[in-house]
Write a protein that binds this ligand. Structure first.
Ligand SMILES: *Cc1c(COP(=O)(O)O)cnc(C)c1O
Length: 362
């Protein structure tokens, strides 16, 4: 059997997404104890206590299918942000949403635009549906919106913007974003990936769902995996026009988000006070890491997220491996075409200090 001939060509060209190394793997592989993971931009404190206190009740109901329309969670999102429930699409993580968009709008004759050093999942989903990906060079590790507009081709259907971007932490300021959206032809869908919205809007003005009224071709996605601390549950969502949401819901599997995830997300949304504590800690600790990196002579990319990428001025894999052996998991950015960079997620104060201490040994 010639599997290579059988397989969908787009899929044959894919390399699987490489996640951050799990703590258990490291501890097992290297015989290390008390390893810390600062590799996947997770909330280091965890989910709101309100999630943990009440999840047992749902656990007992898990012989039932989840609510396939996620009516209750969508209602909470709609109420919180003053939008219609019909604008909301729930994903198994916001990765799911990114895939819905590619599957809804792209085919083998189409192209989609994304920035160099942008989130790795964009080229993955583009290739998987057999479409052409147009990677636009970045400007100082940020989206070059001007160049992205110029890159539009006849068959371009979709533009991806990660704001803030992972792994560079770069951020397109609000006015600049509006200016860009005004220039995008309305027959092209823009996915504004706001996985780190809570962090960025803590520091500066970021786009809220109000702008959808002006841009019917815009889809805004958000995640419960980062600031909300629910990465293991897998839940995210998008807000768009009702018409776009209608299409996204056609490719969505009926029970894509599980009951625990739906419930946890609802509880997490209610706990603004906890969220604020997490955001404040992240901001404070970011300054600690910035200063620590500078004092060791590293240049870093200013970040509007909960992570910092910094330049090792040599292949970063050496430092990455050294840190691993010291029980600190970070991310090397070779797959993002930044082979000299490491990305560290902002952890608990003691984790950040440990990271800085171990970094000195590399
Ligand atoms: C982490 C991340 C996501 C999605 O994460 P989910 O866990 O699938 O919600 C999306 N976009 C960017 C830029 C991210 O860094």
């Amino acid at each position: 059997m010639d599997l290579k001939k059988l397989v969908n060509k787009g899929v044959d060209n894919l390399s699987p997404y490489e996640p951050g190394k799990p703590i258990e793997d490291l501890e097992r592989d290297l015989g290390i104890k008390n390893a810390i993971k600062l590799a996947s931009n997770e909330n280091p404190i965890g989910p709101s206590p309100k999630v943990l206190q009440s999840i047992d009740a749902i656990l007992k109901e898990t012989h039932r299918y989840p609510d396939g329309n996620a009516t209750s969670l969508k209602g909470c999102i709609a109420k919180k942000f003053n939008i219609s429930v019909n604008q909301v699409t729930i994903g198994n993580g916001s990765n799911d949403i990114i895939e819905f968009i590619a599957r809804s709008f792209l085919g083998p004759d189409d192209s989609a635009i994304y920035s160099k050093h942008a989130f790795a999942v964009y080229p993955l989903v583009i290739k998987a549906v057999g479409a052409k990906g147009i990677e636009v060079p970045a400007k100082d590790f940020s989206h070059d919106l001007e160049a992205m507009l110029k890159a539009i081709e006849e068959n371009t259907k979709l533009i991806f913007i990660a704001n803030p971007n992972n792994p560079t932490g770069s951020f397109v300021e609000f006015e600049e974003l509006l200016d860009f959206l005004e220039k995008v032809p309305e027959n092209i869908i823009v996915l504004l990936d706001q996985a780190y919205f809570d962090y960025s809007s803590f520091e500066t003005r970021d786009a809220d769902f109000e702008i959808l009224k002006k841009f019917p071709n815009l889809v805004m996605s958000r995640s419960f995996s980062k600031a909300y601390g629910l990465a293991g549950f897998r839940v995210g969502y998008s807000v768009s026009s009702e018409d776009i949401a209608n299409y996204l819901n056609r490719v969505r599997q009926p029970f894509n988000a599980n009951s625990l995830a739906l419930y946890a997300a609802e509880k997490a949304l209610e706990d603004d006070e906890y969220m604020n504590q997490c955001l404040r800690l992240n901001y404070e600790q970011k300054q600690v890491l910035y200063e620590g990196l500078i004092s060791q002579g590293y240049e870093y990319l200013p970040s509007r997220g909960n992570f910092i990428s910094f330049d090792c001025k040599k292949d970063s894999n050496e430092s990455f491996t050294k840190l691993l052996h010291e029980g600190v998991i970070v991310r090397s950015l070779g797959v993002y075409k930044m082979p000299n960079f490491l990305r560290v997620s902002i952890g608990l104060p003691e984790e950040n200090l440990l990271f800085l201490e171990k970094l000195k040994l590399t």
